[in-house]
Design a binder for this molecule. Structure first.
Ligand SMILES: Cc1cc2nc3c(=O)[nH]c(=O)nc-3n(C[C@H](O)[C@H](O)[C@H](O)COP(=O)(O)O)c2cc1C
Length: 202
């Protein structure tokens, strides 16, 4: 097999989920890295991810999710980077792109509150991350940012739309590029609760 930079990255093997069942390789491979290469992402790549997200199911096909994106070095990226928490500042600005994930809170047709906007948007982001993994892009979700400042930077009206999360994305870099404690985290295998703890046959 042709060896590429991607499959030589030590994190790939270490971070791959060791599953109890025959889970899809794409799901096992996805993880949230902190080390990214300097390579950028194309607009087409980012829009492919957003389109994958858009094919998620949603209650009444409302599609409440919204995605605003920016490439590293742009004013849009720097505006969001300034809102990253202390814990995310040392590594997240090295990502190639950022996507701000938000959702409309009311049904468009009658302005009644949509009870499932968070659930629907989470499903969409799950799709996005699987598509990303399939094309060699890794994402790391960030809840650690100044939400009020980011909302202002993005011009989001909280009466109608909720800014949920940021997602930084890029190609996988080498763990050695990270300072501690992030280096150790990048070199630590992932874990999950056993299936028996979360599943119950009724
Ligand atoms: C809503 C949400 C917010 C998160 N916020 C942060 C964050 O601010 N900083 C961070 O390093 N990781 C953040 N994460 C990533 C999680 O810590 C990570 O997904 C979890 O530890 C599981 O690791 P894995 O994605 O590699 O399987 C967030 C994840 C989610 C879903």
């Amino acid at each position: 097999m042709k060896r590429t930079t991607q499959n030589m990255n030590a994190s790939l093997d270490l971070k791959e989920a060791r599953t109890q069942h025959d889970v899809l390789p794409l799901i096992r491979k996805r993880f949230s890295p902190r080390a990214f290469t300097a390579e950028g992402l194309s607009d087409d790549e980012v829009l492919t991810l957003i389109e994958a997200a858009s094919w998620a199911p949603s209650s009444m096909n409302e599609q409440p999710w919204r995605f605003r994106y920016a490439h590293r070095g742009s004013a849009g990226f720097e505006g969001l980077q300034a809102t990253f928490s202390m814990g995310n500042q040392p590594w997240a600005p090295n990502a190639a792109a950022v996507i701000a994930i938000s959702s409309m809170k009311h049904h468009a047709r009658n302005h009644v509150p949509n009870a499932t906007w968070t659930f629907d948007t989470g499903l969409a982001v799950g799709n996005l991350l699987v598509q990303a993994t399939a094309i060699g892009i890794y994402g790391h979700l960030l809840g650690g940012f100044d939400h009020a400042a980011a909302r202002t930077a993005l011009g989001i009206d909280p009466a109608t739309e909720e800014l949920i999360c940021l997602l930084v994305l890029g190609r996988l870099g080498e763990a050695e590029t990270l300072p501690e404690p992030y280096l150790t985290r990048e070199r630590t295998a992932r874990s999950r609760k056993p299936v028996s703890e979360i599943a119950q046959r009724i």
